[in-house]
Ligand binder design. Sequence first.
Ligand code: COA
Length: 195
Amino acid sequence: MTINDFDVLVANESHVKYAEEICAEMASSARARGTGIARRSPEYVAMKMREGKAVIALKKEDGSWAGFSYIETWGHGLYVVNSGLIINPEYRRIGLARAIKTKTFFLSLKKFPGAKLFGLTTGLPVMKINSDLGYRPVIYSELTDDDNFWKGCESCVNYPILQSKDRKNCLCTAMLFDPAVDKEKVQKPDDPDLQ
Ligand SMILES: CC(C)(COP(=O)(O)OP(=O)(O)OC[C@H]1O[C@@H](n2cnc3c(N)ncnc32)[C@H](O)[C@@H]1OP(=O)(O)O)[C@@H](O)C(=O)NCCC(=O)NCCS
């Protein structure tokens, strides 16, 4: 199976039926990794789909769900996070995370021009993909100070560490893409959804 066996789409109402399955996989993958993750509900994922703030990958052959990610905004829209990346375990290591993250990244730049994009991750694949997209590792004070963003960390197993460090650092690596500084590094793909 290759990346060409999948459609990578901006999600919409027609994909809401996958929300439950996606959340269940997010939770079980987090348990399997034994690492922390902010918990998401199917209702929240469905809302992201309806708002056009999510990207989904579907297997062309049977329309089954293969991968997902969504966009969140913080600090009154000055900061954007591409979050909740999950690939169906059956379809890992064929480039789906890279394809979904790339599309989510350019969708974010299109929807929120000028906003800074950032992410928090412990995962090597995400670090690799983010650096290839132009993100740079930064310290937490470069990120949003929006309390609602940091509230998302409360459901993470590592939250006591974040608290004990006064929100200055934790186990996740922070990565930032500031269009004002980093835009030269990227070239928009030829994708009708992103024009
Ligand atoms: C992490 C995850 C999203 C990767 O998805 P994927 O579709 O298998 O990733 P890709 O095939 O696009 O690979 C992207 C890059 O990461 C590398 N990679 C993927 N999985 C890896 C692993 N388990 N260990 C090391 N490198 C890995 C790939 O080799 C590739 O690098 P390259 O392009 O330089 O060769 C997927 O395993 C997953 O859903 N895991 C559970 C949830 C999770 O960890 N989400 C991220 C939260 S921050």
